[in-house]
Design a protein around this ligand. Structure first.
Ligand SMILES: [Zn+2]
Length: 165
């Protein structure tokens, strides 16, 4: 009896989404471009907590950490809703966010959700008040939604992609 109850609890607690952090190849390519002096890749030192979120480890930079600021194409260039914008990654190699069935604790405030269909077309957007996990599950419960982009509500910058688990 106890085993059955435990399994049922675990099933209910399992999220239906999967966080997709920036691929490691993309972060490493940005690090190489920055060290080669590519003009669109700027090395900046984080000067305050909560100022530069790394899209690879999904943590905020600590003050004094060196970050690379560069443009990231979050929607392909050949699509009408094409999107490219500035993001940060740590200059030093960092560990890619691995708890992909949990919404990262560092970004539970101040996020907007954009929903896209399978043709990369924007079909809706909303600002989330509090933990975005519930809203993401609701959006991904709609068959017309292929993925969600999480963005900064103030700066508009891309934070992460979320897909169905
Ligand atoms: Zn990082």
């Amino acid at each position: 009896m106890r085993t059955v109850r435990t399994r049922g609890y675990a099933d209910r607690m399992k999220n239906t989404f999967r966080i997709v952090p920036l691929p490691t190849e993309t972060a490493d390519a940005a690090r190489r471009s920055a060290s080669n002096g590519a003009p669109a890749h700027q090395i900046v030192v984080a000067d305050a907590p909560g100022s530069a979120p790394c899209r690879h480890c999904l943590r905020w930079a600590e003050p004094g950490e060196r970050m690379i600021l560069f443009p990231f194409q979050s929607i392909p260039a050949d699509r009408p809703w094409t999107e490219s914008g500035p993001i940060y990654v740590h200059q030093e190699p960092c560990e890619r966010y691995a708890a992909t069935d949990e919404f990262p604790a560092a970004f539970r405030e101040g996020r907007a959700l954009r929903q896209y269909d399978a043709q990369d077309e924007l079909t809706g957007a909303e600002v989330v008040d509090g933990d975005p996990a519930t809203a993401i599950e609701r959006l991904l419960g709609d068959d017309n939604v292929a993925f969600v982009q999480v963005r900064s509500v103030t700066h508009g910058c891309y934070t992460m992609r979320v897909e169905r688990a």
